[in-house]
Write a protein that binds this ligand. Sequence first.
Ligand SMILES: NC(=O)c1ccc[n+]([C@@H]2O[C@H](COP(=O)([O-])OP(=O)(O)OC[C@H]3O[C@@H](n4cnc5c(N)ncnc54)[C@H](OP(=O)(O)O)[C@@H]3O)[C@@H](O)[C@H]2O)c1
Length: 161
Amino acid sequence: MLAYIWAEDLTGGIGVDGHLPWHLAADLKRFKEKTMNHPMIMGRKTFESLPGILPGRKHIVLTHSTLNISDPNVKVVHSKEELDEWLATQDKNQLNVIIGGVTLFKMYRDQVDILYQTIVKENFQTDTQMPVINYADFEKIEDQQFDDSNLKYEFITYKRK
Ligand SMILES: NC(=O)c1ccc[n+]([C@@H]2O[C@H](COP(=O)([O-])OP(=O)(O)OC[C@H]3O[C@@H](n4cnc5c(N)ncnc54)[C@H](OP(=O)(O)O)[C@@H]3O)[C@@H](O)[C@H]2O)c1
């Protein structure tokens, strides 16, 4: 099973200068809850945007380069084919969570089973845009709206119909 998790602003922006455009503690908490104990699949730039190797989760990193990382919780793959081969070795009930960025979010959008979306309800300066998702293929199973910290935001979960 595949899930996507991401946060976007009102224009679909997800990143700027290699990092998140906002700091939203509640979203980081949700990210941790949804990814803990699940393999996380990501592009090399998203990997480099993390504060380090996150505990309790295997990191599957897509890159054309050789990343010299010896941590047993990091697996490097060099093509979609290699990533698909790794996914095929996974238990069908195992949730693998794609955490970005754009290439990965485009790559599996016709296959992904679950979407964990956060909408941060402001317009930020961004240089990275969430690809179009066909929401008609999904059923909304959770929708929580928040108006605390200094931001309004929404947590939505979709399941493929
Ligand atoms: N708001 C959110 O939820 C969220 C989530 C994720 C990321 N972000 C933000 O988005 C930005 C980073 O995302 P991004 O979309 O720019 O980059 P990315 O998708 O994380 O990484 C792109 C890199 O992935 C590798 N790659 C992609 N396709 C490949 C393929 N078919 N074969 C081999 N390698 C491949 C390449 O690495 P090499 O160049 O090493 O070959 C490519 O440069 C940051 O600002 C980050 O903070 C935000």
